[in-house]
Ligand binder design. Structure first.
Ligand code: DX5
Ligand code: ZN
Length: 223
């Protein structure tokens, strides 16, 4: 198995100190920055839009992984690409024209991801696997940081990993929600390689140490 990538979610960061937060996770060895875009419609919370992504772009050289939890995501894709997103995921529950939306992301030069909620069957991903660059499996109901890990996500990851393998695809699986040193083992063993963590990193005093602890817990499972 190749190495895992750690993607701290800015949702739990101190927005007034964004530059410092980004510097800390970059120095701490984060691989990506995860940015949670919420519209108060698809999910019951509102966060930020392309302006904050553009600000983050100026403050870090880490790749920006934008998770769009918005209705009609296709309307906003170009703006996130222009803001500097390197990866953009959209929810399968939001987009009837998934192939078109994913193509739009790719034509902007970003990697296109499909996100899937805990209550949505992995079966629905079957036809999307050929058009996406990564899959984002939600292990909480999207909307808030600091929620409890939903355990059936582990089986869903395993199942999606099997679907990919059957097709000879090596598409990475990202997991998001309730990831901490105690839950990371099972998701990595099931096949996740991109690990989003909000409160497990920004909820800790020492972000560098938090990343190190998470990576250790993740990689000690695959030695
Ligand atoms: C939740 C977001 C997550 C969130 C994860 O809707 O998509 O990225 O920041 O936070 P934790 O790691 O605290 O569950
Ligand atoms: Zn997220």
């Amino acid at each position: 198995m190749s190495g895992v990538r750690i993607a701290p979610s800015l949702l739990s960061a101190d927005f007034a100190s964004l530059r410092d937060e980004l510097r800390d996770i970059e120095q701490g060895g984060a691989d990506l920055v995860h940015l949670d875009v919420m519209d108060g419609h698809f999910v019951p919370n509102i966060t930020f839009g392309p302006a904050l992504v553009a600000a983050a772009r100026k403050a870090t050289s880490l790749k920006l992984d934008c998770h769009l939890m918005v209705s009609e995501p296709q309307r906003y894709i170009e703006r996130f690409v222009e803001a500097g997103a390197d990866m953009i995921s959209i929810h399968i529950e939001t987009e009837p024209h998934l192939e078109r939306a994913l193509s739009l992301i790719r034509s902007g030069g970003a990697l296109a991801g499909v996100a899937i909620n805990p209550g949505t069957s992995a079966d629905l991903l079957a036809d999307a696997l050929d058009f996406c660059d990564f899959i984002l499996v939600m292990s909480v109901n999207p909307g808030f940081g600091g929620q409890k890990f939903i355990r059936p996500a582990v089986e869903k990851i395993r199942r999606i990993a099997g679907m990919l393998e059957n097709r000879g695809l090596r598409t990475p699986i990202e997991v998001d929600g309730g990831i901490d040193p105690a839950t990371v083992r099972d998701v990595v063993l099931a096949g996740a390689t991109i690990l989003v963590a909000g409160s497990a990193i920004f909820g800790q005093q020492d972000r560098v140490e938090a990343i190190r602890t998470l990576r250790l817990a993740a990689t000690s499972t695959v030695a």
